[in-house]
Design a binder for this molecule. Structure first.
Ligand code: THG
Length: 371
């Protein structure tokens, strides 16, 4: 029998865990100290279903850090190089968080409810402590706490149809990264057009635990003829789509400039970002690495899982970087991956050392690998 994950208070379950189990989850990962399904029927079968139909994902592990108070926006602006000038209630923004050295601490989605009420929908790191530390050291009037919100994602080409059936036709009018309030069970839930796939869809921020299972059940009842299934962020689809994973594709060893997040680094003007000078110096140094797509020449069976970074070597066998995520792509018939490449190495012929030690050829490509 394969080893299982021992349940405990430290590895938190979610309000949906009972349904995820009933739906036949076959593998979990742990994200923000909470269960996150990694596969149901299998990563490839789940992928084909996601590309054709609609899935409901328990992404309660996308924990919400609520920043409230008069200095809420000022605090978040201190922590991100992205200019938050465009922030307004009803908007979501992808905001890499950095420390004063420009190192990435997290890459959350920021949800703006009101000027003094922001949520950071956190990726897998304890960045809430960085938020508290900075707020306390700077004497800001902002309170920071992880709140009891359990996001549920609706993803796939039929997501608009399913969401419309449960929330009404107005939900389909939401623009990308916009959110609004939609009634469910007499309670207005925040729903955004967002989610960790390129297939389109919504995220519902369920802020009342007693609505969690009724919402799950309502989505499955309404979506029977749409072939709705329980799903989860899919490794293949997110690599093809160039969606980055904190802890895998980037860590606190990297800056946003290494990760292809230059478009979120507004360094010309002093916004108050603590990492601005370090990032500007790093940009000027020309030492930034580059996160790129890499198509690896291996067959399906020697393709991933990847449990540690694979070494990337150049044509003279010099270290050229590392593969940070990889999966077999049925659409491309190749192993797709994301790799952190040293400066100047993207043009040369590269070789990757697989988990079993074999060296195979690899070709650099732009992200996303599938548009
Ligand atoms: N949704 C929500 N919270 C999250 C995630 C999510 N928290 C954890 C993790 N995922 C954070 N990481 C990402 C990574 C990419 C995106 C969102 C969250 C994403 N990126 C788009 C892109 O790269 O094209 C859009 C960016 C933009 O236009 O601003 O969607 O998935 N709630």
């Amino acid at each position: 029998m394969p080893a299982t994950l021992s349940p405990s208070r430290r590895v938190r379950s979610t309000p949906y865990t009972a349904r995820v189990e009933e739906a036949g989850v076959s593998g979990y990962t742990v994200y923000n100290h909470m269960l996150l399904a990694a596969q149901f029927e299998g990563i490839e079968a789940d992928y084909h279903h996601l590309l054709r139909h609609v899935q409901v994902w328990d992404v309660a592990c996308q924990r919400q850090a609520e920043i409230s108070g008069p200095d809420a926006a000022r605090l978040v602006q201190m922590l991100t190089p992205r200019d938050l000038g465009a922030l307004a209630p009803g908007r979501c923004m992808y905001v890499p968080l950095t420390d004063a050295d420009g190192r990435i601490a997290n890459d959350p989605v920021l949800i703006a409810h009101a000027p003094g009420r922001l949520w950071l929908s956190l990726a897998d790191s304890d960045a809430i402590w960085l938020c508290r530390g900075v707020a306390q050291a700077a004497g800001l009037d902002a309170s920071i706490r992880e709140i009891g919100v359990a996001p549920l994602a609706i993803q796939g080409p039929k997501a608009d149809e399913l969401a419309t059936r449960v929330f009404g036709p107005e939900v389909a009018r939401l623009g990308f990264f916009r959110h609004g309030r939609f009634d469910f069970g007499g309670h207005p839930l925040a729903v955004a057009r967002s989610g960790y796939s390129r297939q389109g869809g919504f995220e519902v921020y369920v802020d009342r635990e007693e609505l969690a299972l009724p919402l799950w059940d309502a989505l499955f009842a309404a979506g029977r003829d749409l072939e709705v299934r329980a799903g989860c962020p899919n490794l293949i689809e997110r690599i093809e789509g160039g969606l980055l994973s904190y802890g895998n594709d980037m860590t606190d060893d990297d800056t946003p400039l290494d990760c292809g997040m230059g478009q979120y680094c507004h360094l010309e003007r002093d916004t108050g970002c603590l990492g601005r000078k370090a990032l500007a110096d790093y940009e000027a140094s020309g030492k930034a690495r580059k996160l790129r797509g890499l198509l690896i020449d291996c067959d399906r069976d020697s393709a991933p899982p990847l449990t540690r970074a694979w070494r990337v070597l150049d044509d003279r066998d010099e270290p050229a970087g590392k593969v940070t995520s990889a999966a077999w792509s049925p659409r491309l018939g190749r192993c797709v991956s994301i790799a952190m490449l040293e400066p100047g190495r993207a043009g040369t012929e590269l070789r990757v050392e697989l988990e079993d030690g074999r060296g195979v050829r690899a070709e650099v490509a732009d992200l996303p690998l599938v548009a």
